[in-house]
Design a protein around this ligand. Structure first.
Ligand code: ATP
Ligand code: MG
Length: 422
């Protein structure tokens, strides 16, 4: 992509209202533009990151055997009256009336729609287990939208819904999602901590939030440092057995982890998995015939990931004072090619042509060298190829690794090979 033909509105100054680094950088690097409180347009660069995050999630969900659907944003209130949640949900729900005076709403979540989706079709234990997911925009009229895409009102979520005939089977579905989440977050370069979460009246131990560590996180995590060690193994039962909780779930009196082994850090919630039994299937009459001929309510769980929140969370995890440092797996482009002066255009064009154009953002603009360098650092592409006057005189360019800051001089062909091979 040639920058001269792209749409990348970057900002030099930090916007006064943006308090945390991910909010500042996502505005400054031209990822998003706010149009109302907690509502954003995704600009071309931000959209590429969002899609990369979606792709990783979709790939791992598909590999786990979960099946993708797409449920609508706008839902009829009648479904929520069936589950009993319409009145309970409160002011976070955006309520709408259609032209027939029917009560509608912009979905803050999709348990009701998912239950309705299967209830007329899934009738036998033989149809189960089943797990469906979608990636869809939600609206929650948050009291305090803040921190940019981290707490928006309109935000993108991946939410999955599992259906099982009994508790044992539901546990397997739950554990599979736990494991899948670890894989997803690791692929984004993140270190997820699965903390035990409140199960409310459902009880049991099948509710976990996934957090990443960040000083600006809204939650306080308390966890045994064995958790990070065990993450490599992806052994769900062992991970679940380790002490890891957030905020009010921590009780110093019952916590048996020795002080020196207990980590206390701020975290950002990026996902939540939850088994809730027949909370929806019972009132909404979603049941199957079990193997021994009984009519049983379907056991359900739901599994959310904050897709748009992850864009902010990843920036919180990976940045320096110059800008964002994208992990390769989610970077909007892998390579930034900088043409420093008109004299080297021929050489820079040649490099651009030799690389896959979809992986390269080519700064072919006429701006000053300083502007070009700082913009490229700000948007945080993993690799930079800097084409200066040595490209003409000695066939040499600089290859910079954004994360380490290491700069190496290379022959043009060597630079092309080096970055193509990655
Ligand atoms: P929080 O406690 O942060 O409000 P939640 O418990 O309401 O989150 P869930 O209903 O479990 O969240 O939603 C699943 C995921 O969606 C969360 O783990 C989070 O990553 C994301 N999410 C929730 N609310 C928002 C929001 N307002 N903006 C962006 N992402 C959100
Ligand atoms: Mg919330």
């Amino acid at each position: 992509m040639r920058l001269s033909k792209y749409y990348l509105p970057t900002l030099k100054e930090k916007p006064a209202h943006a308090k945390i680094i991910s909010h500042q950088y996502s505005l400054r690097a031209g990822l998003i533009k706010q149009i109302a409180s907690g509502i954003y347009t995704w600009l071309p660069l931000g959209l590429r990151v969002l899609k990369n995050i979606e792709d990783i999630i979709r790939d791992e969900m598909d590999k786990s055997g979960t099946i993708e659907v797409l449920m609508p944003c706008v839902q009829p209130a009648s479904l929520w009256r069936e589950s009993g949640r319409y009145d309970d949900y409160g002011k976070e729900m955006l309520r709408i009336k259609d032209r027939h005076e029917e009560d509608m709403l912009f979905g803050p979540t999709h348990e009701e729609v998912a239950t309705d989706l299967i209830r007329d079709v899934v009738k036998s234990y033989k149809d189960l287990p089943l797990c469906l997911y979608h990636i869809q925009w939600k609206f929650r009229d948050e009291v305090r939208p803040r921190y940019g895409v981290m707490r928006g009102r309109e935000f993108l979520m991946k939410d999955a819904y599992s259906f099982d005939v009994d508790y044992e089977s539901a546990q397997n579905s739950y554990n599979l999602m736990y494991k899948t989440y670890i894989k997803i977050f690791k692929r984004m370069g993140l270190t997820p901590i699965g903390v035990r979460a409140d199960t409310g009246p459902i009880g049991g131990n099948l509710s976990h939030e996934f957090h990443i560590l960040a000083n600006t996180g809204e939650s306080t995590l308390y966890y045994d440092n064995k958790f990070s060690e065990l993450l490599e193994s992806e052994d769900v039962e062992s991970l679940k057995s380790i002490y890891a909780v957030a905020d009010d779930m921590h009780n110093p009196k019952t916590c048996l982890v020795p002080q020196e082994q207990l980590n206390v850090s701020k975290g950002i919630e990026i996902g939540h998995i939850f088994y809730f039994g027949d909370k929806y299937s019972k009132p909404m009459k979603a049941s199957v015939t079990s193997q021994d001929g009984k009519n049983v309510n379907i056991h359900m769980g739901s599994y959310g990931i904050g897709v748009s929140r992850l864009v902010g969370a990843i920036i919180e995890a990976f940045h320096d004072d110059k800008g964002i440092i994208w992990p390769e797996s989610v970077a909007p482009f892998r390579i930034g090619l900088i043409n420093l002066q008109p004299k080297v255009t021929e050489a820079a064009d040649k490099i651009y042509k030799a690389l896959k154009s979809d992986e390269v953002l080519y700064d072919d603009t006429e701006g000053s060298v300083g502007v070009k360098f700082s913009r490229m650092d700000l948007i945080g592409l993993p690799w930079q190829i800097i084409v200066g006057k040595k490209a003409v005189s000695e066939n040499i360019v600089e290859v910079k690794n954004r994360a380490t800051g290491e700069v190496k001089e290379m022959q043009i062909e060597e630079a092309i090979n080096h970055l193509s091979a990655k």
